[in-house]
Design a protein around this ligand. Structure first.
Ligand code: AMP
Length: 289
């Protein structure tokens, strides 16, 4: 397994691989790897000859009061994880080489980036799309894999690939969960034992939405109301948002007709967690029964 730290080495290596006829699969991450990331690696391996996994805690996607400094970083652990998972190249640049002095060009997400997490985290998706565009230009993948866990991010990347004409296929990985249903996240490491128990309220709210949908409920306000009521017994949980939006436009719907995204963000203590479900169910949420 090769470890690359500079953008120019990454691009040279990718060009050489391309010239040798190899198909590159890219898995962008912020490290602190877990089984969710492993699912992405498996998908990349199935669709390419060489798997590049990037580890980059991207400063431009964190707000001034967010957890950029605290975000878990353990390269030795991630390196061992990647070696076992069959990653071929780890690309691990420092912020200074990705954003050199005088850096000034950003990718604007437009309307899809203004809602849901984009409303709570101004500038977040501008940072995400900018770094993903850079990673695409450096790793030159045929396929790049993203998780349904970050549904809005996935939707925005698909839109960016379309609008900016990247010749890259986007593969989607389903949400990978802990045994009790909590969506795996590097940020789960922040949770105390009591918070860890309270964190189950996210997936329980999604199960409420699924149950009502299966019973025939199609009124978004009623489903959201029931989800919110289910959060009340959890004093550690502070709701950021619950929304039901059209899966294509990410705009709110009144009735659940075409495929919708049921998405929520909840603070458990200081930790902000997200989870989501597509309805009608497409299997991507892996919610337990
Ligand atoms: P992160 O390192 O958290 O920025 O995530 C890197 C990629 O892994 C993103 O495409 C995420 O959507 C994906 N990912 C993170 N957690 C999960 C999960 N529990 N299941 C599936 N994909 C995930």
């Amino acid at each position: 397994m090769k470890i690359i730290t500079t953008p120019s080495d990454m691009q040279k290596t990718a060009l050489a691989l391309q010239q040798a006829g190899k198909l590159i699969g890219l898995v962008p991450t912020m490290g602190a790897l877990h089984e969710g990331h492993l699912e992405l690696i498996k998908l990349a391996r199935a669709q390419s000859d060489v798997v590049v996994l990037s580890i980059f805690v991207n400063p431009t996607q964190f707000g001034p009061n967010e957890d950029f400094k605290e975000y878990p970083r353990d390269f030795e652990r991630d390196r061992a994880f990647c070696a076992t998972a069959g990653v071929d190249i780890i690309f691990r640049p420092e912020p200074e080489v990705m954003y050199e002095t005088g850096y000034s060009i950003y990718v604007e997400p437009g309307a899809l980036g203004q809602v849901l997490c984009g409303a709570s985290r101004p500038g977040h998706f501008r940072g995400v799309l900018t770094v993903v565009a850079k990673l695409f230009n450096l790793a030159l993948p045929e396929v790049a894999v993203f998780g349904q866990k970050d549904a809005q991010q996935l939707r925005l990347i698909e839109q960016m690939v379309r609008d900016l004409n990247f010749a890259i296929a986007i593969a989607r990985a389903p949400i990978i969960r802990e045994r009790d249903g909590l969506a795996k996240s590097s940020r789960n490491a922040y949770l105390s034992a009591a918070e860890r128990r309270a964190a189950l309220c996210l997936m329980q709210a999604l199960r409420t939405a699924r149950r009502l949908y299966r019973e025939g409920e199609r009124n978004a306000a009623r489903i959201i109301g029931a989800m919110k009521a289910g959060l009340e017994p959890f004093p550690a949980a502070c709701l950021d948002y619950i929304e039901i939006v059209d899966w294509n436009t990410l705009q709110r719907v009144e009735r659940l007709a075409a495929p919708v995204l049921v998405a929520l963000a909840v603070y458990i203590g200081k930790t902000r967690l997200i989870d989501n479900l597509i309805l009608p169910e497409d299997g991507s949420s892996n919610l337990p029964d």
